[in-house]
Design a protein around this ligand. Sequence first.
Ligand code: SF4
Length: 220
Amino acid sequence: MTEQWDEHTDPLEVIRWALVNYPDLLITSAFNLNGVVMLELAALAGYTGEVVFVDTGYHFPETLATRDQLIARYPQMQFVTLSANVPLDPWGQEQFRTDPDGCCRIRKVAPLREYLARKKPSALLNARSRDQALTRRHLGFLEFGERLRINPLAYWSRQQLEMFVQTRQLPVNPLYRAGFLSIGCWPCTRAVQAGEDVRAGRWSGQGKTECGLWVGRQSL
Ligand code: SF4
């Protein structure tokens, strides 16, 4: 079946396939535009599993409020919030400025890796898409690695995502309408300018494009 998939394949078909073949899969989400669409599609496909969010301690209040709206919308899903067992900025050095890789490693990657090591899901359902950034332009529906990553939205454009949000009346982080097209922690996110990548506002000017969850040695 997967060999017949192409850029026109309905994400819902991919999710349904995933639920049949990997019933223990988990969703990880930061509740961005893509993530909100993904949850609605997963709900339509009958997903009742976990939605795992890593609270770094630096999220915008709007992001936490969006998460709470989604918790109310999908009572059939189990929302799990993880956090690093490390106090915020214990040495007053603003690690997010001096060592953003280390900050992401401790506050984001480590809690999720530890959780997944305990749960051992065979696959993760992920909301990334090609047109979020040049670095994601080759993303496909399936990524094989330490565990399978399934990306049903790989080929959907931002326009398709926005149309779906509008049609389904989904709760989107209000910062999105203010130009924050990809929203992470407040110290490392700015609004995007016209013509920039969706993710251009993440770690802007810091020479960093990913938190480490999805690329490189620490990839999940
Ligand atoms: Fe730290 Fe910024 Fe990474 Fe958040 S995005 S964990 S504040 S470096």
